[in-house]
Design a protein around this ligand. Structure first.
Ligand code: SF4
Ligand code: SF4
Length: 357
């Protein structure tokens, strides 16, 4: 007898509609406008006249189960049992009754959470959590976020900035975490150190050779065993060889630093997207509080806050005043490391997603 077919194991995101607040489900795609009644609160108004209030609280990307239960209990008691998380890892509660907004905010604050991150504030830093799930981190991105956001709480809970500020950070130099108004990224400053005894057992050498963007890796025979060698003059210390070949260790307590980039913007809405540019390099990767990197970020934010016109994003402000004045005003030193002399730079100058022929 034919066996009954096994039902497929579904993976990936479940259908989001089942978790949506009923007012959101009913008015999906039918919103007329939204307003910002106070920091951390949005009200969306549908064409049908329905309204829904959203309250955003600052939460970290890696939530322990106890904090999550506390947040859910608050949602059950003071909201209407529906939450979602923003792309920057903040929890948001939805309520269809305006009278629930203030008690919900009070309950969140009483439990030690902060409410904010909307409109012209510094939104939560978006970040990766490399130590937990990735194979190539050079630092603990979550720790950098915690230390910096601790010092920027006032900028999260108030509308003090000329426009919204998106901060990002990454735990390696090549993948996630770029393209914010300010990005704090890992910067390796020396070529990888090869453990030749392990290469032949662990690495697929052709993939590693192909991975290098500047063709600095060659196959080599070391102590009679197949291994690899790096032309250190060519190497740009990007760390791309480390994921396919862990014996090419590039992380280094002393030589792996942080760098700060500004002016990135994905949006195509009012102008072309902009690439961020390096403004500070060689900053110590200094856990547990990263004071040097935080000081640079605060300096840039303070200058932007004082100097930009209302509603200018970071990249608009810099474009208006020019890069020389950006360095003058922030007091950041301009060094030879800021000059893009990489021979692949002509590709990095292709800075628009607009289609050309
Ligand atoms: S930034 Fe790099 S190390 Fe961190 S999660 Fe992304 S790919 Fe992994
Ligand atoms: S660090 Fe980057 S440039 Fe250097 S050898 Fe590895 S892949 Fe090539």
């Amino acid at each position: 007898m034919a066996q009954e077919m096994r039902s497929p194991i579904e993976s990936g995101c479940p259908d989001g509609f089942q978790y949506m607040h009923p007012v959101m489900r009913k008015n999906y795609g039918q919103w007329a406008y939204h307003e910002d009644p106070q920091p951390g609160v949005l009200v969306h108004v549908a064409h049908s006249g329905d309204k829904i209030w959203t309250v955003r609280a600052g939460t970290q990307r890696i939530l322990d189960v106890f904090t999550l239960r506390t947040l859910c209990d608050i949602g059950d008691k003071y909201a209407e049992g529906y939450v979602h998380f923003t792309i920057r890892s903040n929890i948001e509660y939805q309520v269809a009754d305006e009278a629930k907004v203030e008690p919900l905010i009070k309950a969140l604050r009483d439990a030690g959470f902060i409410v904010g991150g909307t409109r012209n504030s510094v939104a939560m830093m978006s970040h990766t959590q490399g130590w937990l799930h990735c194979d190539i981190p050079g630092t603990d991105a979550s720790g950098v976020v915690k230390s910096m956001m601790d010092e920027l709480i006032g900028e999260f809970t108030e509308w003090n900035m000329p426009n919204r500020v998106h901060l990002t950070t990454s735990c390696c130099q090549i993948n996630c975490g770029g393209q914010g108004d300010i990005a704090i990224n890992v910067q390796h400053t020396k070529p990888p150190k090869i453990n030749h005894d392990l290469v032949s057992n662990v690495c697929e050498r052709p993939s590693v050779v192909a991975r290098c963007p500047v063709a600095a890796i060659r196959p080599a025979l070391v102590n009679g065993k197949p291994s690899l060698e790096v032309d250190e003059k060519k190497c740009i210390c990007c760390g791309a060889c480390f994921p396919p070949c862990p014996p090419m260790q590039i992380n280094d307590a002393e030589h792996s630093k942080l760098s700060i980039w500004v002016g990135g913007n994905h949006s195509n809405a009012r102008g072309k997207p902009t690439f961020q540019k390096l403004v500070a390099s060689g900053i110590p990767n200094n856990p547990p509080r990263w004071p040097e990197a935080t000081a640079v970020v605060k300096k840039i934010l303070k200058t932007y806050k004082e100097d930009a016109k209302d509603w200018e994003r970071m990249n608009d402000w810099i474009e208006r005043i020019g890069w020389p004045r950006f360095f003058e005003k922030t007091g950041l030193p301009f060094t030879k490391y800021h000059i893009d002399n990489w021979r692949g730079a002509r590709a990095s100058l292709n800075a628009s997603t607009h289609i050309r022929f």
